[in-house]
Design a protein. Structure first.
Length: 357
């Protein structure tokens, strides 16, 4: 698949057992000979050695940068540690960064690439389902701030994305299920037929059926790429991909990024967005029930944690999408379509979720 952005266009390679092709694909980018693989100890234990072997076989001098695992480490402090190593290695503007891991590794590596020497090339090799279907495609990079998620970042496109579905075999169950939330998102707001496919194949999805997964990942990437092609820097249409994320990011912030994975928080946010969409008249009870049922069938949480409406609003108002005290909220129109509407009265929305105070 191609993300078509003119001179910044790049390919998404998807398949099984294509991990050994990393070196060859990276060579096609015509970078320098130095490459730093950024990963965490969990992913590195499985895939750092084969990644280094594939890159070395293609003639690269390979360095490794290990960062701690977890959303709590998607921070400026961790970013600085990456800069320190790149300077130590003598990296220049022709050198290459390779993100080997999930969304945290991909986002922070991309931001390091965007800002080190004002920009060096990087590639995404996502090893989690969430990374494969969402965060590795589209060029959103960044780190979190204690006041909110992804408040510091840049749009910076990778040179390529390589997705080997075999890496999902080693993914812990919770992380796998978490990634399914982003898959469901595409169906709810952009492709009703895809939503139906997911609903009809829950059992296969839960056991990680390779054929079913390949179809789900491919369709997710196709949808994401088509949106990015039309609106790279989220000036309009791309905002639809934030479905479930406004409430989801607030949940992550209020729980200090420790209680829920990103996908779990997004699932909670989508469940609330479905209820809000029904209350606003954009959707019906049947559609709301089908969305909640799919999330539950995929073993994802749907209930908001117990914080006051004031706490939620404070977290939401630090969201990067806030303009003059209001936020553009993504509602689903039935299943398969969306409505973008600015919301000023967040209290009324939260009451629909049963939140008071």
């Amino acid at each position: 698949m191609t993300v078509g952005l003119g001179e910044r266009s790049y390919e998404i390679y998807l398949g099984q057992n294509i991990f050994d092709e990393i070196g060859r694909f990276c060579r096609d980018l015509r970078t320098g000979d130095k490459v730093a693989v950024v990963t965490n100890p969990v992913v590195g234990a499985f895939y750092l050695k084969p990644a280094k072997a594939a890159l070395s076989a293609a003639g690269f001098t390979v360095y490794a940068i290990e960062i701690p695992d977890g959303e709590a480490y998607k921070s400026l402090e961790t970013l600085k540690s990456i800069y320190d190593r790149l300077i130590e290695f003598g990296f220049d503007r022709s050198s290459l960064l390779l993100a080997l891991g999930g969304g945290v590794v991909g986002d922070i590596t991309g931001f390091a690439a965007a800002t080190y020497l004002r920009g060096i090339p990087f590639v995404q090799v996502p090893t989690t389902l969430l990374g494969q279907v969402d965060s590795s495609v589209g060029g959103k990079t960044g780190v979190n701030h204690e006041k909110g998620k992804n408040l510091i970042g840049a749009f910076y496109q990778p040179g390529l994305v390589l997705i080997d579905t075999v890496t999902l075999d080693t993914l812990p169950e919770r992380e796998y299920l978490s990634g399914l939330a982003e898959v469901v998102k595409y169906g709810v707001v952009l492709d009703g037929a895809f939503f139906a496919f997911l609903s009809e194949n829950v059992d296969k999805i839960l056991v990680r059926d390779k054929s079913c997964l390949q179809k789900a990942i491919k369709r997710s990437c196709e949808i994401k790429a088509s949106i990015v092609n039309k609106d790279e820097k989220e000036t309009g249409l791309r905002a639809v991909l934030n479905y479930g994320h406004t409430i989801g990011h607030a949940v992550e912030t209020l729980t200090c990024y420790t209680k829920y994975t990103h996908g779990e928080a997004v699932a909670i946010g989508m469940a609330q967005a479905a209820k809000y969409s029904e209350a606003m008249g954009f959707s019906g009870r049947t559609e709301t029930e089908s969305i909640l049922a799919l999330l539950k069938d995929l073993r994802l949480p749907v209930d908001l944690p117990d914080f006051t409406s004031s706490a939620y609003i404070d977290a939401i108002l630090h969201d990067k999408k806030v303009r003059d005290g209001s936020i553009q909220f993504v509602f689903n129109k039935g299943v398969g379509d969306f409505q973008l509407t600015r919301v000023d009265d967040l209290y009324s929305l939260l009451k629909i979720s049963g939140i008071g105070g």
